[in-house]
Design a protein around this ligand. Structure first.
Ligand code: DI6
Ligand code: FE
Length: 395
């Protein structure tokens, strides 16, 4: 007896696997997909008649900074008036504005302000979301932010994977040497001891931290059993992608300035490329990531919202799916793979983002004509049902 049988559906179990053909049914037992293609009358405790609708693996938004306080509406206005991202950061605005708001907010306040963003992602079909810290900068506030992220995961209805964004911005009045030392000796061990993060991330950029700083954090993270990822090549190429790939990082994210040698290193190491069209769009960048070369090298490409208050206030995975196609040229199947299987791969997971037997039964039901519709239409689409581990959750 199965726990659940989904039938009369067009189930796309595994985007990006080279086999996009839909099946009409599947069975769930113990919260996991047991079998694809069962007869409609297979014995089950519950049944879901999909009425011919599309069933997709739940979306995995593998790169967000959605846990924060306040907003940065004023920055948008400055950008319209001609200010650049680096310029705003150099003037003490940007990330530091959010750092001040997070420092002033208590843990409850952080949870309360972040929850609507989490629910917005869920309403568009996200079943797993990665959330980074990085707006605390001191051990006290980074831990507070990570505890708020943990509480967002405990609310239920969406699986939350926490990341300690160890190097994001340099606090005023300190040097990179001093700050990196503090992160390595104080914050990182405290995060690991409290099991507040599954991995670490570093913003490797000329306005942020160097390749050397990144590798110092990665070494310590590895000793503590934490996976590594990096923001690289968003504004310039510092060699961070190559270094992160050679180190064994799970993903490199942004990649607008990534070059051929970097792609080679990623292909050799099996690094996932996480593309973030929301930041590219909001910053009105003109240099797109080298999608053709990434594709040719067989590198798994994930896409994510990068939901953050500064460069990507985009609480919509469906908008990202559309932008990845119109701005970066991802095919429909690639975009959906980017939000499912490859997003999961960036998090080191092969048991989500797919409906292969054995995977968690996280899925969504859609009344749309076909998978290509998602990269074609912008707006007006939402799932009619969302299941996590075989259990329906309110949208
Ligand atoms: N990359 C980004 O896109 C964000 N952080 C990062 O490391 C920007 C975050 C912000 O401006 O608040
Ligand atoms: Fe980011």
């Amino acid at each position: 007896m199965h726990d659940l049988v989904v039938h009369n559906a067009r189930v796309y179990p595994d985007f990006g696997s080279g086999n996009p053909a839909p099946v009409s049914s599947f069975a769930v037992t113990g919260g996991r997909v047991e079998r694809l293609g069962v007869t409609a009358d297979a014995p089950a405790r519950r049944r879901l008649d999909a009425c011919g609708g599309l069933v997709l693996p739940g979306f995995v938004d593998c790169h967000t900074h959605l846990c924060y306080a306040g907003n940065r509406m004023h920055e948008h206005a400055s950008r319209l008036a001609g200010a650049g991202y680096a310029e705003i950061a150099a003037q003490g605005g940007g990330i530091r504005t959010t750092v001040a708001a997070v420092a002033a907010a208590g843990e409850d306040e952080l949870v309360a302000q972040s929850l609507p963003r989490l629910l917005a992602l869920a309403r568009e079909g996200v079943t797993t979301v990665e959330i980074k810290s990085g707006y605390g900068l001191t051990p006290e506030h980074e831990l507070k932010q990570l505890r708020a992220i943990r509480r967002l995961g405990e609310i239920g209805g969406i699986r939350v994977i926490p990341t300690f964004l160890a190097l994001h911005a340099l606090p005023a009045g300190t040097t990179p040497e001093h700050y990196v030392h503090q992160v390595i000796t104080d914050t990182l061990p405290a995060v690991a001891a409290e099991r507040l993060a599954a991995g670490v991330d570093v913003f490797c950029e000329h306005i942020a931290f160097s390749v050397k700083d990144m590798l110092a954090v990665f070494e310590r993270a590895r000793e503590l059993g934490l996976a590594c990822r990096a923001h690289t090549d968003q504004l310039r190429n510092l060699g961070g992608t190559r270094a992160a790939a050679v180190f064994g990082a799970r993903s490199c994210d942004h990649l607008e300035y990534t070059a051929a040698a970097d792609i080679e290193a990623m292909a050799t190491a099996g690094t996932v490329a996480v593309l973030l069209p929301g930041a590219y769009y909001c910053l009105r960048e003109t240099r797109a990531p080298p999608v053709t070369a990434l594709r040719a090298a067989g590198i798994p490409m994930a896409i994510a919202t990068d939901l953050n208050p500064g460069t990507s206030p985009v609480a919509s995975p469906l908008a990202i799916l559309h932008l990845a196609s119109t701005l970066f040229g991802l095919h429909a199947d690639e975009g959906l793979a980017g939000l499912t299987r490859h997003g999961a791969a960036a998090l080191g997971r092969n048991d989500i983002g797919t409906l292969r037997p054995g995977a968690h039964a996280d899925f969504t039901l859609w009344d749309v004509p076909g998978p290509e519709f998602f990269s074609y239409q912008l707006g007006g689409i939402q799932p009619s049902a969302r299941y996590i581990e075989g259990v329906p959750h309110d949208i």
